[in-house]
Design a binder for this molecule. Sequence first.
Ligand code: PLP
Length: 396
Amino acid sequence: MSIISDSLKRIKPSPTIAVTQKARELRAAGKNVIGLGAGEPDFDTPDNIKRAAIKAIKKGDTKYTAVDGTPTLKKAIVSKFKRENKLKYSTDQITVGTGGKQVLYNTFMATLNKGDEVIIPAPFWVSYPDMVLLAGGKPKIVKCTEQEGFKLTPKKLKKAITKKTKWVIINSPSNPTGAGYSKREIQDLAKVLIKNEKTYILSDDIYEHVRYDNFNFFTIAQISKLKDRTLTMNGVSKSYAMTGWRIGYAAGPKDIIKAIGKIQSQSTSNPSSISQAAAVEALNGKQGFIKTRANAFKARRNFVVKSLNDIKGINCLNPNGAFYVFPSCKGLLNKKTKLKTDTDFVQKLLEKENVAVVQGSAFGLDGYFRISYATSMQNLKKAMKRIRSFCESLSR
Ligand code: PLP
C-alpha cells in the first residue's frame, strides 16, 4: 500500500515551475541558460509598498489576523472593485488568501462534489485542471484554436455545458496566450451562461493591469446579469510585482466566500499580516507605475512577436495582455527536422541553445510553446537570436 493518497496520484507537479527549476539547475551547472519560463514580472515591488510593509513590522502588525483578510484590506479591495470595475461589493463578499492560487484552490475544494464538471478553455493556466482533480471534480477541457484567437466561443461553451457543469473559467488576459476578451465577446458568453442557472463563473482577472494597445478590460460580473453567480478573482502578484508576497483575493456570493474562509480556517489561517499591510498600500496608493510598466512590457511584446514571425516555421499572434506569447511550432514538426511534438521542440531548444520555454501541450494545446517575456530586453534579444539559429539549423 502506498503512503501517497489516491487524490494526489491524480495530479502532476506544475510544468512551468519544473521548467524554471530545470533552468536554475542548468545555470548552477555552469550553463548560460536564458529562462523564458517564469510567469512573474522582473520589476521590483514599488518602494511605497515596501515601506508600508516595514511600517507594519515596526508597528507590531505581526500577529494572526482575521482568517480571510483584515478589515482594512477588505475595504481596500471593495474600493478597488468600485473604482476600477464599477462593481459594488460589501466586505463580507470579499476573501483574501495566500495568492490567487490559494483562493482558486479553496474555491474548488469548497464547491466541488465528485463528478462535478469545470469547463476550462484551453490553452489554460496549468494549475486549473489539477486543482479541479484534487478537489474531486472533472476538468472539461474545451480547445480554443489559434484561428479563434485562443478564446472560447459561445458555440463551444454551449456544447460543453451539461447538467453537471458547476463552474466555467474565464481568464482574460490569459496565461498562456495573452489573449484578452472584448466586451462583446464576454457578453456573448454571458448570453449562453444566463440560461444555465446552475453554472457559476470563475473570472480570473489576475492580468487585468498588464494590457496594451488601448485594450479595454471588462470582467463578466460588471457587464452581465451574472454577478450573483460569479466569483471575481484577482491579486497583487502581477499588477504590483508582488509575486513573493502571496496575496490574492476574490469577490462573490456570500455563501462561497464563507465556505472558502472555513477551509482557510482549518488549513493556513490568514495570509501574512505584513503582506496584507503591503497590499493595502498597493491598492490604495499611487497607481501611475502600472501604465509605465505595461509600456515596457509592450515594447518587449512588439520585439518578441516580430522576431518570432520573422523565423520560418514559427507563427505568433499578437496578444493584447499578460506577458506571454504562444507561438506555433507546427511548421517545424516533421520528418526533416526529426521533431514530432512541441515537447521535442522545447527539449532540443534547451539542449542546443540553452533557452528554456514551456511546451504548449502543458497548457492543453499541442504544437505551440509559451514564452514569458517578463525579462530584460537584453535577455530577449539574446534569446530570439538563439531561437532563430535553432530553427534555422533544423531546416538545413
Ligand atoms: N491565475 C493565473 C492565470 C496565473 O497565471 C497565476 C500565476 O501565475 C495565478 C492565477 C496565481 O497567481 P498568485 O497565486 O501569484 O496570485
